[in-house]
Design a protein around this ligand. Structure first.
Ligand code: ZN
Length: 199
């Protein structure tokens, strides 16, 4: 079942989501929610979706960077973004620790803030501790685009959005022209873009 994605302005996007217990994770409700969120994320399409985005204020997010989504990108672009496919997985009650605070700037967007995109600084490497869909404890490191996705989704669970840390002067509309120009923009092009705007 494809769920409706809550849009900017809805208070649920600004709430701190609550943690869920291992017992809850095993429930039909939560397992059904995970399936529906997977379907919703794929339909969007997106690389991550947090439960508050479908109106459920709990600390759960689904993540997947499918091969199909990155197929059209050049190897230079993939290399620069540190972007590679990430299999579907679920993060529950996550905590995030920044391992390398060097900031990386790329255009970022959100399924709850449709139509626009802004340059968003994200830490280069993070460590995530969480539970998975079976309630098992997981700890893993991530770099590049995957680290960006994790920072974006875990922010959602704490009532934060990428527009809180991106500079609004860098906002572009997600139209065809901008997609062609910025989708594959190199970090050098983005550095120039920021410089032109005095950022
Ligand atoms: Zn988002």
């Amino acid at each position: 079942m494809v769920l409706d994605i809550v849009q900017l302005g809805s208070p649920i996007l600004r709430q701190m989501a609550r943690e869920i217990s291992k017992e809850e994770i095993g429930s039909k409700e939560i397992q059904g929610l995970i399936e529906a969120m997977k379907e919703t994320m794929r339909a969007a399409p997106g690389v991550g979706l947090a439960a508050p985005q479908v109106g459920v204020p709990i600390k759960l997010a689904v993540i997947e960077d499918r091969v199909e989504l990155i197929q059209g990108m050049s190897s230079e672009v993939l290399e620069e973004r540190g972007r590679r496919s990430v299999p579907f997985h679920v993060i529950i009650n996550p905590t995030l620790t920044v391992l390398n605070d060097e900031k990386v700037n790329f255009f970022e967007a959100c399924l709850s803030v449709t139509g626009c995109s802004r340059v968003t600084p994200r830490a280069k490497e993070v460590l995530v501790e969480c539970l998975d869909e079976n309630g098992d404890e997981k700890t893993f490191k991530a770099t590049g685009w995957y680290a960006r996705i994790l920072q974006h989704e875990i922010d959602h669970l704490n009532g934060k959005l990428y527009i809180d840390i991106a500079d609004k002067k860098t906002e572009i509309l997600q139209n065809e022209e901008n997609r062609a120009r910025w989708f594959n923009a190199s970090s050098e092009d983005i550095a120039m873009y920021l410089k032109e705007r005095g950022l």
